[in-house]
Write a protein that binds this ligand. Structure first.
Ligand SMILES: *Cc1c(COP(=O)(O)O)cnc(C)c1O
Length: 402
């Protein structure tokens, strides 16, 4: 048999673990040791100066954490990877590794709330110029990038209206001015999108979401070429936002089912999006898998699947949301996503809680916008659940208008 490379589902199960298996164990051990013992002083020195492989101290490296990094690295087809205590640590550590006073960064307006806060609140403090373009306006992005920038920072699909940026197109613009092109791939997962193949330099994840998949562990990870990853690793080992080995173990275990989860979530998301389009009280539905989505063609080109995230707005605004959401049975109403349970959240309470209604309107986020992170429940049950909730909403609206 020809020795072909394993496919992605096989990699999620097997990749990155062999090195750390001990005593014939079939599962990765949680190594809790903070420090590592060396009887030979020369060995210790060689590991300490990086001449030899090994571990010295838990803030720098850990075998369980390394297995997690290795699995994500292989899934993203990268040369190297390093990890963090949270997704936000991955993002902030990366930005602070490369940005100096006087530098410039270009990004989009619809990045994750925490990321946007770094752009608007913290980077200006160190005299970094931040240019935020309208999400999906490729001409505007290219124009800002052409003025010169140290980093081009992208996120696609975005939160909560799942807008799409053409990674290949704007990465080219970034390359032309020598920028480091970073993509937050949290929503897509490595199952549906590999930004490095599309020309990005670095790809990062909030592992807290789909990679872990069970909403029980925080973590972040970034992948890319050895030199860039080493610089980011160095910043993190000194500044200390290290991934905990227990969390690394949970994330590793979660990742074994990543492909199965993502496929089921995308299947249900498509059905739910179509169902929502038939509802009279629904104003609009946002899902990149729908042909009506503004950037459906780009999504089809750069993504292998459309993912488990969608959103919709209700005609009755927040009043209607307050009736609909509590009626749902198979739902967490929570500020989370990427879990095995379906999770609903109004944008004004979750991703965009810090904005004023006017700011949300300017970003194209209606007050009645609800984000759904589709879980792995049976599709029919999720649709039926929505049916009974919409029925209850209809009754309530009739009784109110009487
Ligand atoms: C949640 C999230 C983050 C931040 O991750 P944490 O693990 O919560 O710090 C960053 N980007 C996106 C797209 C996210 O959804």
């Amino acid at each position: 048999m020809k020795n072909t490379e394993a496919q992605v589902g096989t990699k999620t199960v097997w990749a990155g673990e062999k090195e750390v298996l001990v005593h014939g164990a079939t599962q990765v051990p949680v190594v809790v040791s903070v420090a590592y013992n060396y009887d030979d002083m020369d060995d210790w020195y060689d590991v300490a100066v990086g001449k030899k492989q090994g571990h010295i101290y838990g803030r720098n490296t850990n075998p369980t954490v390394q297995a997690f990094e290795e699995k994500v690295r292989i899934l993203e087809g990268a040369e190297a990877a390093t990890s963090f205590s949270t997704g936000m640590a991955a993002i902030s550590n990366t930005l602070y590794t490369f940005l100096k006073p006087g530098d410039r960064i270009v990004s989009i307006k619809d990045t994750y709330g925490g990321t946007n806060k770094i752009f608007t609140e913290f980077l200006p403090n160190i005299n970094v110029e931040v240019a935020l373009c309208n999400t999906g306006d490729h001409d505007a992005i290219e124009k800002e990038v052409a003025k010169g920038c140290k980093i081009l920072y992208l996120e696609t699909p975005t939160n909560p209206t799942v807008k799409i940026t053409d990674i290949r197109r704007v990465a080219q613009a970034g390359k032309a001015v020598g920028a480091i092109v970073v993509v937050d791939n949290t929503f897509a997962t490595p199952i549906n999108q590999n930004p490095l193949e599309l020309g990005a330099d670095l790809v990062l994840h909030s592992a807290t979401k789909f990679l872990g998949g069970h909403a029980d562990a925080l973590g972040g990870v970034i992948c890319g070429p050895k030199d860039l990853i080493h610089s980011i690793y160095h910043y993190r080992e000194i500044n200390g936002a290290t991934l905990d080995p227990w969390a690394a173990y949970l994330l590793l275990r979660g990742m074994k089912t990543l492909k199965l989860r993502v496929l089921q979530q995308a299947k249900s998301a498509m059905e739910i999006a179509k169902y929502l389009q038939t509802q009279e009280s629904v104003e609009s539905v946002f899902y990149p898998g729908l042909e009506t989505h503004t950037n459906h063609e780009i999504a089809k080109e750069q993504m292998k699947g459309f993912g488990g995230m969608l959103s919709f707005s209700l005609k009755g605004g927040m009043d209607a949301v307050k009736v609909l959401l509590p009626k749902l049975q198979y739902a967490n109403r929570a500020a989370n996503l990427g879990a095995v349970e379906t999770t609903y959240g109004p944008a004004r309470t979750t991703s965009h809680v810090e904005c004023t209604p006017e700011e949300r309107a300017a970003m194209g986020i209606p007050e009645g916008l609800v984000r759904i992170s589709v879980g792995i429940e049976d599709t029919e049950d999720l649709i039926q659940d929505l049916e009974q909730a919409f029925e209850a909403l209809k009754k309530k609206q009739v009784s109110l208008s009487l």
